[in-house]
Ligand binder design. Sequence first.
Ligand SMILES: [Zn+2]
Length: 263
Amino acid sequence: MKSAGSSYDELVALRAKTVFERAKLAAASGDMSRLDMTAAHVLSLLERFPALHREAWATPSNAASPFARDGFDVSDGWFGIVERMSAKLAANPANHIDQLKEKWGRLTVYLTPLGGSEATVMPGEELDRAIDEAEEESERTCLVCGEPGTSEKRGRWVTVLCGSCVQLFNMAEACRRIADRTKDLDFTIFFASEIIQDVVRLALVHIGHAASDQRPASRARLPSIDWERLDRLKETKAVMGMSVDELWRFAGKEAPGLGRKLR
Ligand SMILES: [Zn+2]
């Protein structure tokens, strides 16, 4: 039995909203991942192609509204691909998308098949081509930022990322390493352990290198990050010169905050 107000209930309540309502809530709460499509992009697709994306407007009530239930499970970097595909598919008002998601590093589109005379408005071949082209393009487009990317198994998942976004994920990983290594410590133990301090220093240098590789466009997408400060961390000398107090502060406060921004 799940008690009232549990995270399960919250999840059910959240899922009982339309795709756009969920996108808006995520944006307002600041609880968005860089993988989420922005509310503005979601709205732009739903407003311009309301018939094609009618499932996304529906409040999910049952298994007959899978798209509404699962939403746009597509990242922001693929917005342009979805937009161009939508423009082609919307040429036939009978088309509607059941589901739009990423599967094994590839955009996957489920479309309700056309029936009867509607098929003559957009021949099946043309329709297949529009979907195939979008799905193929997704395999070489970074799902975070839309720049050219490569499809690779990273961790447990196959994802398409550009070099810059791979580095951002490496930075998030370095933040996680720092948090893992220090979360159960108090300052006295941290102060006494040079090994743990070195783990933090090494992670900081990694963060500095990854940060200094970021292009201006990539930095602009994450304006709340103090990039100049992170750039300085690639200087091993600067990191070696940090006091234990500074390291401790970074581990306890900055690293978790930075990790969240990089989600
Ligand atoms: Zn990217």
